[in-house]
Write a protein that binds this ligand. Structure first.
Ligand code: CA
Ligand code: CA
Ligand code: CA
Ligand code: CA
Length: 411
């Protein structure tokens, strides 16, 4: 993996926040170059930086959160070369950003950006989101601001209450962990939950430490057109990648691919091109726990266990070389999606039973064409009645193969 450097300095005595160029030091066979191989033409007082494919062209772009200068996005072109001049900048005043995080907020394919502002040196210190529904360009203002401000620091986006809408965790210096509920493609204006702790929060990491929400899953991605160096996996986190196969050949971690657990991308050293079939075997979690780092040496760091949705370890996909079944989310609270990959024309039958083996729903009985297909079950039975919370079993017959497993419904 290559290293991007923000390189700003907020407290340079006498000269105010210090500006410098953004930089990337490239990794050559496991050794970082000592000099940057990419340098921005402009200088910034950048406090945080991340890689993300903001314009969905298959290459990672660079996003900077800055003090005193706007926040910037530098896009990579169709050959993967990152522009040295920004494609997008923030238009709002009261800068003094501290941290950034990136996820899809508003239900379109383009990633969105959340930034914390910190009012110690100026500004109002509120949290804000910039939502994109196309490749970032020009200048735009925040689509959402939190009501309250302060010495904002850590931010993280994750659907913590499992309603398929991303939520926002924020932190500040001398403050609690705050949770803004995501709804209708935005967030509550005030926190809907906060911790009873107070510390000088610097950064957050979500990881399923007690592994009570681990879900083994398999996803197949088929490249239909274009070429890609980065793939975003559909589940909410990547806890652990067990293997990635490209056209049936196992790839080597660190050499052929790298991944980012928070930002959910997997990057590939060689471009994936039309006709490639990539098979991901990995663990995601429905129950990630929160680690909080703290600057105050009188208080330790914190680990908050997630109590909302504990499940036992589940296997939701079935190992098979030809036909693939993948279900997400599972557990679910309204609708789960059953993805089927068939290499050929096949008869498909999907039936849902309750835990005693009684028929609940005949979901699908049809012939399917080669490729990926999905079918939603909205927890309604054959009589049109919404079924109750509990464990259900699915039976999938695809051609001459049978797959079974559990579906966990909670409401
Ligand atoms: Ca890109
Ligand atoms: Ca978006
Ligand atoms: Ca949510
Ligand atoms: Ca957990």
């Amino acid at each position: 993996m290559d290293l991007a450097v923000a390189g700003g300095q907020p407290y340079s005595i006498g000269i105010g926040p210090y500006q410098n160029n953004g930089r990337i030091c490239y990794n050559k066979n496991g050794v970082l170059d000592s000099l940057p191989g990419w340098t921005s033409q402009i200088t910034m007082a950048a406090m945080d930086v991340d890689f993300a494919d903001m314009d969905k062209n298959g290459y990672l772009d660079l996003v900077f959160a800055c003090h005193v200068t706007p926040n910037y996005i530098f896009l990579a072109d169709s050959a993967g070369s990152i522009s040295t001049t920004p494609s997008w900048s923030s238009g709002d005043m009261n800068y003094f950003a501290n941290s950034l995080t990136i996820a899809e907020i508003d239900s379109n394919k383009y990633l969105d950006l959340v930034i914390s502002d910190n009012s110690q040196l100026g500004g109002h210190g509120r949290f804000k989101s910039y939502n994109f529904d196309s490749a970032p360009s020009g200048q735009s203002n925040p689509d959402w601001f939190s009501n309250s401000g302060g010495y904002g620091s850590a931010v993280l986006l994750e659907d913590l209450n499992s309603d398929n809408q991303v939520d926002l965790l924020t932190g500040r210096w001398w403050g609690s962990v705050d949770f803004y509920t995501g709804s209708s493609d935005t967030f509550s204006l005030d926190p809907t939950w906060n911790s009873s702790t107070s510390s000088v929060i610097e950064a957050y990491v979500l990881k399923d430490v007690d592994q009570d929400g681990w879900m083994q899953t398999r996803n197949i991605v088929v490249i239909y057109q274009g070429s890609f160096h980065v793939i975003y996996l559909p589940n909410k986190s990547i806890e652990k990648i067990n293997s990635i196969e490209l056209n049936g050949i196992q790839l080597t971690a660190g050499l052929d691919y790298n991944y980012n657990s928070e930002l959910k991308w997997v990057t590939f050293t060689d471009a994936l091109v039309s006709g490639d079939i990539i098979e991901f075997n990995y663990v995601y979690s429905t129950d990630r726990d929160l680690l909080v780092s703290n600057w105050d040496s009188h208080i330790g760091n914190y680990l908050f266990y997630n109590q909302t949705n504990p499940t036992s370890i589940q296997t939701t996909s079935v190992q098979n070389n030809e036909n693939i079944v993948n279900i997400s989310p599972n557990p679910f609270n309204n609708t789960c999606r059953i993805n089927i990959y068939s290499p050929q024309v096949n008869d498909l039958e999907i039936t849902i039973f309750d835990i005693r083996g009684r028929l609940v729903k005949r979901l699908v009985n049809q012939e399917i064409l080669p490729g990926s297909h999905y079918f939603n079950w909205n927890a309604i039975d054959d009589k049109g009645i919404t079924v109750s919370t509990g464990t259900y079993l699915y039976l999938i017959n695809l051609g001459n193969k049978t797959f079974t497993g559990k579906l966990l419904l909670f409401q």
